[in-house]
Design a protein around this ligand. Structure first.
Ligand code: HEM
Length: 503
C-alpha cells in the first residue's frame, strides 16, 4: 500500500498531538455517506488512535473489523482512506466496478521525484500512459513465451544462489534465508532488465541503492499533515541527492546496453533481449520515447516490483517447511519422483506438473501474502461501494488477509494445509474474475502483471532449495511466526536456518 504509515513512530505522532489541545472534544466524521469509522481528532484524524494502539497498520486493521464491519473509513491527517476487508466488497470494487476504481491517488512530492511524475505502471493514473506502459511490460517481458527465453539466465542465477548457500552453510552453520533469496531474485531481474552479465558486487551495489530509494520515497508525517511540511524541508534535498545517485548508477547500465544493441556480435554473453530494449523506442508521453531519467524509473519499477515480494514469500515458505517436516519430505519425494534422487537439476517444466508443490505455493500465498494490501486504488470519479460514497480523492485500500482467511470461505482458515488444494478439495482461482477467495496479486484491471513470473520464481526457487538441502531449525524452540511490515510483510524475526546438503 502506498502509505507506509508503519514508519510513523508513536513518539513522532505523540509529539505533535499538542495540536489537538486546540480542540477539547472529538469530532465525528463530517461526511455522513462515507463508510463508518472511529471518531477523528482535528488535524490528526485517526493517526493518534493508530499510534496509541502501538501496532503497525497491518495489525491494527483486524481490531476495527468487529467494531465497524467490512468497510470503514480512517483519516490520516488530511487524507481519507477507505478500507475494504471482505471478498464481496473486493469483488464489487475490483471486478464489477473495475474501471471506476482503476486509478491511483496523487503522488507525494517526494514520490513524484522518483516516479518522474507518475511515469510507471504501478503509479500512473488510469489512462493512456498507464495502458501503454502496462501493455509493453506484459507483452514484451512478462508473457509466458518471453519468460521461457530466459531459462538459462535463471539457471545461472539459481546455481550461483545454491553455491552461496553451500558456501555459507560450510562456514557459518546458519543461513539468512531472506538475504540470500533477495539476492537471487534481484540477480534474475537485473539480468532480464538490462541483458547484462553482472558480477555479484555490481548487483549488490544496485540492490543497496534500490533499498535506499524505497526508504527515501516512503511517506512520512508531513505527507499526512501539510501544516508541518516546512519542518521537513531537508527531506526534499535528501531525496534529490538519492535520485541523483540512482541515475548515476543506472544510466551507465542503460548506455552499456545501447552499445550492445549497436554491436551484438561483440558481446556474446549478453542476452538477445532485455526489458530495457522494449522501452528505448516506446512512444509514450507526447508520442516521444522515454528520457534517460524516465528509463531509470521504469527499470527500477521492474526491479523493485518483483524482488521483495518474491523473496518474502520464499522466506515464509522455508519457515513452514522447517515447522512441518512432513510437508518438506513430501515435496522432496515429489521432486525425486520427477527427476530421480541423484539425477538432474529440477527446472520449471518439471515443477509445472508437481501437484503437491503447486498446492504448497498456493497455500503459502493464502496464509502469508507478501502484501497485506493491494497498492492504493482511487476512483476515476466519485463512486459508490457497498452502498457508501467513495469520493474521487479518497484512497481505497483492500486488506488481503481478511479475504484469504475468511472462515465463510475456508475450512480451518488459520491452519497451513496445502492438502486443501488437492483434487476434490478447496479451490481458488487467483485472478478472482468469477469469485474472490484469495487475491495475493490483486484483481481486475490493476492486477499484478508479474503474477506468472512471481509464481514461477517462488515455485522454482523453493523446489531447488528443497532438492539441494534439507532445511532445519537451528534452535530447540518452535519458530516464531510473528510478522511485521518492511515494504512487504516479512517475518518479525528474520529466519535463520540450517541447510544440510542432501549430497
Ligand atoms: C510474489 C510476487 C508478487 C506479489 C505477491 C505481487 C503483488 C502485487 C499486488 C498485490 C499488486 C497490487 C494490485 C492492485 O493494486 O490491485 C501488484 C501490482 C504490481 N506488480 Fe506485483 N507482485 C509480485 C510480483 C511482481 C513481479 C515479478 C513484477 C514485475 C517485475 C510485479 C510488478 C507489478 C506492477 C508493475 C504492479 C502495478 C500494476 C498496475 O498498477 O497496473 N509484481 N503486485
Amino acid at each position: 500500500m502506498a502509505i507506509s504509515l508503519l514508519f510513523l513512530t508513536s513518539t513522532t505522532i505523540l509529539s505533535i498531538s499538542f495540536l489537538t489541545l486546540l480542540f477539547l472534544f472529538l469530532r465525528p466524521s463530517k461526511s455522513s455517506n462515507l463508510p463508518p469509522g472511529p471518531p477523528c481528532f482535528p488535524l490528526l484524524g485517526n493517526l493518534l488512535q493508530l499510534a496509541l494502539s502501538r501496532k503497525q497498520l497491518i495489525h491494527y486493521i483486524p481490531d476495527l473489523i468487529p467494531l465497524y464491519g467490512p468497510i470503514f473509513t480512517l483519516r490520516f491527517g488530511s487524507q481519507t482512506h477507505i478500507f475494504i476487508t471482505n471478498p464481496e466488497l473486493a469483488h464489487e470494487a475490483l471486478i464489477q466496478k473495475s474501471q471506476l476504481f482503476a486509478s491511483r491517488p496523487a503522488e507525494t512530492p517526494i514520490r513524484n521525484i522518483f516516479s518522474c511524475n507518475k511515469f510507471t505502471v504501478n503509479s500512473a493514473f488510469y489512462g493512456l500512459d498507464w495502458r501503454t506502459l502496462r501493455r509493453n511490460m506484459v507483452s514484451n517481458i512478462l508473457s509466458p513465451t518471453r519468460l521461457k527465453t530466459f531459462d538459462s539466465l535463471r539457471q545461472t542465477a539459481i546455481n550461483r544462489f545454491i553455491d552461496h548457500i553451500r558456501a555459507e552453510s560450510a562456514s557459518d552453520s546458519e543461513i539468512s534465508v531472506l538475504r540470500n533469496t533477495r539476492f537471487a531474485v534481484f540477480h534474475i531481474l537485473i539480468s532480464m532488465c538490462f541483458g547484462l552479465n553482472l558480477h555479484d558486487e555490481e548487483i549488490n551495489k544496485i540492490d543497496i541503492l534500490m533499498k535506499k530509494v524505497l526508504v527515501t520515497a516512503s511517506p512520512q508525517m508531513d505527507d499526512f499533515l501539510p501544516l508541518i511540511k516546512p519542518l521537513f524541508a531537508k527531506k526534499r534535498a535528501e531525496a534529490i541527492k538519492v535520485r541523483k545517485e540512482q541515475i548515476d548508477a543506472i544510466v551507465p547500465l542503460i548506455n552499456k546496453r545501447r552499445g550492445i544493441l549497436e554491436n551484438p556480435a561483440a558481446h556474446p554473453d549478453a542476452t538477445n533481449f532485455s526489458y530495457l530494449d522494449s522501452l528505448l523506442d516506446l512512444q509514450v508521453r507526447n508520442s516521444a520515447p522515454p528520457t534517460d531519467a524516465e528509463l531509470v524509473t521504469l527499470c527500477s519499477e521492474f526491479l523493485n516490483g518483483g524482488t521483495d515480494t518474491t523473496a518474502t514469500a520464499i522466506e515464509w515458505g522455508i519457515a513452514e517447511l522447517i515447522d512441518k517436516p512432513s510437508i518438506q519430505s513430501r515435496i522432496y519425494e515429489e521432486i525425486a519422483a520427477v527427476v530421480g534422487k541423484d539425477a538432474r537439476i529440477i527446472n520449471e517444466n518439471d515443477t509445472e506438473g508437481m501437484v503437491y508443490l503447486q498446492a504448497f505455493v498456493k497455500e503459502l500465498l493464502r496464509k502469508h501474502p507478501p502484501a497485506y494490501f493491494t497498492l492504493t486504488h482511487a476512483a476515476v470519479e466519485d463512486g459508490k461501494l457497498g452502498g457508501y460514497d467513495v469520493p474521487k480523492d479518497a484512497n481505497l485500500e483492500i486488506y488481503l488477509p481478511a479475504i484469504a482467511q475468511d472462515p465463510r470461505l475456508w475450512k480451518d482458515a488459520g491452519e497451513f494445509e496445502p492438502e486443501r488444494f488437492l483434487r476434490g478439495g478447496e479451490s481458488a482461482e487467483m485472478t478472482g474474475v468469477k469469485e474472490i477467495k484469495m487475491i495475493p496479486f490483486g484483481a481486475g484491471r490493476r492486477v499484478c502483471p508479474g503474477m506468472g513470473m512471481g509464481m514461477m520464481h517462488i515455485t522454482l526457487l523453493l523446489a531447488r532449495m528443497v532438492q539441494e538441502f534439507e532445511w532445519r531449525n537451528p534452535a530447540e524452540k518452535k519458530l516464531d511466526f510473528g510478522s511485521k511490515f518492511l515494504f512487504t510483510v516479512v517475518m518479525e524475526r528474520p529466519l535463520r536456518a540450517i541447510a544440510l546438503p542432501r549430497k
